[in-house]
Design a protein around this ligand. Structure first.
Ligand code: TRP
Length: 336
């Protein structure tokens, strides 16, 4: 370890596709915001990864701006974490190329996400898609990161990152630590959907998911349509899942605890009025989301600020990347 470098290095990537929703906010983002205070963080917008599935670049710039804006509005601080674009750090491509020699075709073909994408886009099974995990390994190993906050769906990629890193270490000498998946605990990860079951997600029912970009009216409409039970409770039975979900959402968006307690009581004594309960949730949701949405909009429209942020993030990331690449090339004897 370098002198004085006591903080562990954290790295994660965000695909610039889709809009962020409340599930992302309390899952991934809340994790990032906590980590930026305790670790040396590199958070990157994976614009190159996006090209493996979205060759059309017309909307890339808008999507990158939106993802950055929504992340900053949600609490990521560009003065604390390095917040940057993957394509602004060309060292990523250098390491990606070298790591491709550590990755075998057979293991890449066995990757679950690759097999899924092959089914989804049979006419565009490009080499970038096959080597997606190698590019992700390059993102992580470039900063010699030890902690990677990601969801379950990325764990196989992380396992492959360790494999490629270890192979390199074996072949050329120790450069890379083993990166581990990281999260602050289960309770952060589950944001219930408004349709009574499951969690909020991009791919499920759009109307059951609240996005950070939803306007006040849309938020109210979605919440008022949320599923509830038709009757009250049976004596001694636990609370119906759909109602418990609304209670959980209330807790997340800051409904006062005495109000929550009174809805719980009303549910169990049979006097609950779901209309009132949903109205309360809708207003608290609006209060929670609207400042984030407005801040994100302001940032998105401020091209100069966004450019500054990206440049600053890239400079920080490149400094760390260049230090790693020197070690990599030294270890490999590519130093003539
Ligand atoms: N593959 C990740 C996803 O789909 C995004 C990503 C790219 C990433 N590079 C990364 C995540 C590096 C963690 C670390 O969500």
């Amino acid at each position: 370890m370098e002198k004085g470098a006591a903080k562990k290095i954290v790295m994660s990537g965000i695909r610039p596709t889709g809009f962020l929703h409340l599930g992302n906010y309390f899952g991934a983002l809340a994790n990032y915001v906590k980590m930026q205070n305790e670790y040396d963080c590199f958070f990157m917008v994976a614009d190159l990864h996006a090209l493996t599935t979205l060759p059309d670049t017309k909307e890339l710039k808008t999507n990158v701006a939106r993802v950055l804006a929504e992340n900053i509005a949600s609490g990521l601080d560009p003065d604390k974490a390095a917040l940057y674009c993957q394509s602004h750090v060309p060292e990523t491509s250098d390491l990606y190329l070298l790591l491709n020699m550590m990755a075998y075709k057979g293991e890449l073909e066995k990757t679950v996400t690759f097999k899924e994408k092959v089914k989804l886009q049979p006419n565009n099974v490009n080499a970038g898609l096959l080597t997606y995990p190698v590019l992700m390994a390059a993102d992580i190993l470039l900063h010699r990161a030890e902690l990677v906050p990601v969801g379950k769906d990325q764990e196989q990629h992380l396992e492959m990152t360790r494999t490629f890193g270890n192979r390199f270490n074996h072949r050329y000498g120790h450069v890379f630590p083993e990166a581990q998946a990281f999260n602050f605990g289960e309770e952060l990860l589950k944001v219930p959907s408004l349709d009574g079951a499951g969690k909020m997600s991009k791919s499920e029912n759009q109307f059951a998911t609240i996005y950070l970009s939803d306007d006040d009216e849309l938020i109210r409409k979605k919440v008022m349509k949320a599923k509830t039970e038709s009757g009250g409770s049976e004596a001694g039975a636990p609370m119906a899942e759909s109602v418990a979900n609304l209670i959980n959402l209330m807790k997340l968006v800051g409904t006062p605890s005495d109000a929550i307690a009174s809805y719980e009581k009303a549910y169990f004594d049979g006097s609950i009025r779901y209309g009132d309960m949903k109205k309360q949730l809708a207003e608290d949701m609006v209060k929670f989301i609207s400042p984030i949405r407005e801040k994100a909009e302001a940032i998105r429209n401020d091209e100069k600020y966004l450019k500054e942020i990206m440049e600053k993030g890239a400079a920080k990331a490149r400094k760390s990347a260049q230090a790693t690449m020197l070690q990599v090339k030294d270890a490999m004897g590519l130093n003539y």
